[in-house]
Design a protein around this ligand. Structure first.
Ligand code: CTP
Ligand code: CA
Length: 224
């Protein structure tokens, strides 16, 4: 019934959505991860499909079921996500980078399990910076392609959140940045979300709160 109420305003559009959180392998049994469940990105992918788009979802360790009607590519690490995104980006009209991509990965991934007996009382893991996938896609975008980034920040007040967002969108070169507040009890693995969307000029173009599905539709309203 809900689907019937949605406009088919993305019909003919190809939408690439990344969702979830990457895992950076330490050894065959361990990783460095983050708390992203993939809910908001999955909601966007599902809503875009219901609005008529051809949707490719690149899912990194999703904790929720993928929506019907989308093509799913499953990845785990940031490097895998980058490779999958590079393959699909050229044919996309809209790219929505909702995934939480690890900023750093272990410099060395050992091929066998790290053992306490050889490590002793302290284990040191050197991390190296991952490439910025969003900034890379934005720098090689084709004309007319719309690129949307996400930023999850722990700043408690809106003006500090906005200031971070404004410098971040310029660094990335995205068209829109969806800002939301996260913390120990906010943002992750919960059904509701509150977001502010800014454009490259730094202006607030949308504010939404409610279920991640309703927030998804508000974001798509902006792009449609
Ligand atoms: N992103 C990305 N590649 C990375 C890191 C982030 O594509 N290596 C994308 C995310 O998918 C998101 C956007 O960039 O859409 C913003 O991510 P965020 O973590 O907020 O920004 P960073 O530039 O990593 O800054 P920081 O974590 O230091 O705040
Ligand atoms: Ca980051």
């Amino acid at each position: 019934a809900l689907a019937a109420l949605r406009p088919r305003d993305l019909s003919g559009r190809r939408v690439l959505v990344t969702a979830g959180g990457t895992r950076e392998p330490i050894d065959p049994v361990r990783y460095i991860g983050n708390r992203s469940s993939g809910r908001q990105g999955v909601a966007i992918a599902g809503a875009a499909a219901l609005r008529g788009a051809t949707v490719e979802l690149i899912g990194a360790n999703l904790e929720v079921s993928p929506p019907p009607g989308v093509r799913l590519t499953e990845v785990s690490s940031a490097a895998e996500l980058a490779a999958a995104a590079a393959t699909s980006a050229a044919s996309a009209d809209i790219i929505i980078m909702a995934a939480a991509v690890a900023d750093y990965r272990p410099e060395i991934t050992t091929q066998s399990k790290i053992k306490k007996e050889t490590q002793g009382d302290r284990l040191r893991i050197d991390l190296v910076k991952n490439p910025d996938i969003l900034a890379g896609l934005a720098s090689t975008r084709h004309r007319g392609q719309v690129i949307v980034g996400f930023a999850a920040e722990t700043e408690p007040d809106d003006s500090a959140l906005l200031a971070l967002g404004r410098s971040k969108i310029v660094r990335k070169g995205a068209d829109y940045l969806v800002l939301n507040r996260v913390g120990w009890t906010e943002g992750f693995a919960v059904p509701d979300n509150r977001v502010l969307v800014i454009d490259l000029a730094g202006d607030i173009v949308m504010e939404a709160s409610g279920s991640k599905l309703s927030v998804a539709d508000r974001i798509l309203d902006l792009l449609a």
